[in-house]
Design a protein around this ligand. Structure first.
Ligand code: G1P
Length: 291
């Protein structure tokens, strides 16, 4: 079985749900406590053994490339001021030279199209996709749990979690066929079904392990929900040709693409933070009792 070495992170979206904050800052760079949301997702990928990250970017996303590069003036200034701990922190977050690639999605044609844009860098090997809008708080990380399931089962694996039944039109939703522990086999998956048509309340969370055959289906995929080329539609075809599982992972997902989801993520990461955790808990408690 081939190791999952590469991960695709689609970061080309405009972030319209959190405008105007995202007018000049990529939504993936919005801070969750003291680091960009994107850093948590990169850390999740690295923890799962990923060796190379392919960012699918677009115009106005230069801040992402700069963030994963050296900042000589900043480092020189910190050095002069003997801010060793900060320097070490920056150094520890720097990807290994040559371990990142940036490809451009030239027009917003959907998630399926974004993943397809990474095909040449991925080549003919299984790979992961992590949607940076979604932060998953769990130990081990969501992708590590998926890699463990992949090592046992092979094929393709997506992460799923239960959502309120009236929110199915925001997600890809699966139709489970059978269950073995926390792994489902599926009979269908559908992108953003109306609640009356949803086959279940199990939503695709934004973490995927896919075989490279997906690129063939993406290449031929016609636009679907929202008139966009949907990854879910291509996966539904791949599912007929290759083993496919859904993992009910252990952990809590936060959708940072929405205002409330982002706020929840900030709170959830703040209360666990080494430096400000106690203060954050006290503040939330005080707000709760004063309302
Ligand atoms: C995408 C996927 C969807 C998935 C969701 C998770 O939708 O297309 O299947 O459930 O991410 O956040 P988007 O949020 O990009 O509309």
């Amino acid at each position: 079985m081939r190791k999952i070495r590469k991960a695709v992170l689609p970061v080309a979206g405009f972030g319209t749900r959190v405008l105007p904050a995202t007018k000049s800052i990529p939504k993936e760079m919005l801070p969750v406590v003291d680091r960009p949301a994107l850093q948590y997702v990169v850390d999740e990928a690295l923890e799962a053994g990923i060796e190379h990250i392919v960012f699918v970017t677009g115009r106005n996303k230069g801040a992402i490339e700069d963030y994963f590069d050296r900042a000589y003036e900043l480092e020189a200034t910190l050095h002069l001021k003997n801010k060793t701990a900060l320097l070490e922190e920056l150094e520890s977050k720097l990807p290994a030279p040559g371990s990142t690639s940036f490809v451009r999605q030239q027009s917003p044609q959907g998630l399926g199209h974004a993943v397809w844009c990474a095909r040449d860098v991925i080549g003919n090997e299984p790979f992961a996709v992590l949607l940076p809008d979604v932060l998953v708080k769990s130990k081990p990380g969501c992708l590590s749990q998926m890699v463990e399931a992949y090592q046992a089962k092979g094929g393709n694996i997506i992460a799923v979690d239960p959502i309120p039944e009236n929110e199915t039109d925001k997600y890809g939703v699966i139709s489970p066929k059978s269950q073995d522990g926390n792994l489902y086999e599926m009979s269908a998956m559908v992108e953003k079904p109306a609640p009356s048509e949803a086959p279940s309340n199990l939503a695709i969370t934004g973490r995927y392990i896919l075989q490279p055959e997906i690129f063939k289906f993406l290449e031929e995929q016609k636009p679907g929900a929202g008139n966009e080329i949907q990854l879910t539609d291509a996966m539904a075809k791949l599912m007929e040709a290759s083993p496919f599982f859904a993992l009910a992972f252990d952990g809590l997902p936060y959708d940072c693409g929405s205002k409330l989801g982002y706020f929840k993520a900030v709170c959830a990461y703040a209360v666990d933070h080494e430096e400000i955790g106690e203060g954050a808990k006290a503040l939330i408690k005080a707000l709760n009792t004063s309302s």
